[in-house]
Design a protein around this ligand. Structure first.
Ligand code: SF4
Length: 329
């Protein structure tokens, strides 16, 4: 499969008076053309910072270093702000969790949609309006003419998210980065939006980097999955492999704490403890204070990422290395 995006050894950090606080630490991954890669993990695992590092939308005080962020072979990691601005909305678009933070409340949907078209592919007012109406129909918005005249606060959450998808797609980008795009929606609307994104992805041959904390959503939409913990990739697998045999203890913990159809009544197990803060990263394996399989080695030495086959990677001393982990419960 052709790679659309390839990120090599990404490090994102905040400089502080006596060093650096790493939000993303040595993260490498790729997104194939036409593929949906899910990045999953709890809040504070570095998923969103990874995405914002790729698209160049972090605040100035964050520093991004890498051995390359290759988009269609070009290293966009070294692009200037103006080069990145030209790419955003045209080659790479982003959809955020809460559309109200991305849509300007003072302008109509029509103005904001047509402004995105005008910035990257201006064909004159009438043609731009036609294009805006067409994309609103594609995202299954009824009465698109009326929606063009509406302000964001006049629409429901689901409608606003459809508008955001329309804005993200209108210039036919090759990659969409969707950061928890359905988390704020109720379950029925969430299912509709996910189905719509999958459908449009196939129609426009767009790749998607889908950030979520929800393994149920991952199972529904993903082709491949990257599991992140404390700023590092801890497991990478196809969605089938991951659900059939989660290898990393953190992935196993996430799986165990997700409701399944065959779930018996009672409390779901949880992963003890919380994700460490950037200032309090433990030595050795970052997951060791929460890991039920931790050994002395885990407390002193950070595990490297191991490749287990062509498409599988795991960061754990006990996976494919010195010892085998027991099967997930
Ligand atoms: Fe657990 Fe050790 Fe593996 Fe870390 S390296 S996930 S502590 S078994």
């Amino acid at each position: 499969m052709d790679k659309l995006l390839q990120v090599e050894h990404l490090n994102t950090y905040f400089p502080i008076h006596d060093g650096r606080l790493h939000a993303v630490c040595d993260v490498s991954f790729h997104v194939n053309k036409g593929e949906l890669l899910a990045i999953v993990g709890e809040s504070g695992c570095g998923k969103s910072v990874t995405a914002l590092s790729v698209i160049g939308l972090l605040p100035h005080r964050c520093k991004v270093e890498s051995e390359g962020i290759f988009f269609e072979g070009s290293d966009i990691g070294g692009y200037s702000h103006s080069q990145m601005r030209r790419m955003r909305g045209k080659e790479i678009s982003m959809i955020f969790q809460e559309p109200l933070t991305s849509l300007n409340p003072l302008f109509t949907i029509g103005f904001q949609l047509m402004e995105t078209i005008r910035l990257h592919d201006d064909s004159g007012r009438e043609k731009n309006r036609e294009k805006a109406l067409e994309i609103l129909r594609k995202v299954e918005i009824a009465r698109p003419e009326a929606i063009l005249r509406s302000f964001p606060n006049e629409l429901s959450g689901g409608m606003r998210q459809r508008v955001m998808i329309a804005i993200a797609l209108v210039n036919h980008p090759k990659l969409i980065i969707a950061d928890e795009p359905t988390t704020a929606l109720d379950v029925t609307i969430q299912a509709q939006i996910l189905a719509l994104m999958k459908h449009l992805m196939a129609e426009y041959r767009t790749s998607i980097m889908f950030i979520t904390h929800d393994l149920g959503v991952v199972a529904e939409v993903a082709d491949r999955v990257l599991v992140m913990y404390a700023g590092q990739v801890v497991e990478e697998a196809t969605v089938e492999e991951l659900f059939r045999e989660p290898m990393h203890p953190y992935t196993q913990g996430l799986m165990n704490s997700t409701i399944r159809i065959d779930q018996e009544e009672g409390m779901l197990p949880t992963i003890d403890g919380v994700v460490p803060t950037l200032a309090e990263m433990p030595d050795g394996c970052r997951f060791h204070p929460r890991c039920p399989h931790a050994k002395a080695l885990c407390r002193s030495e950070s595990p490297d990422v191991r490749s287990l086959g062509a498409r599988r990677r795991v960061r754990c001393h006990m996976c494919g290395g010195v010892a085998a982990l027991p099967a997930p419960g």
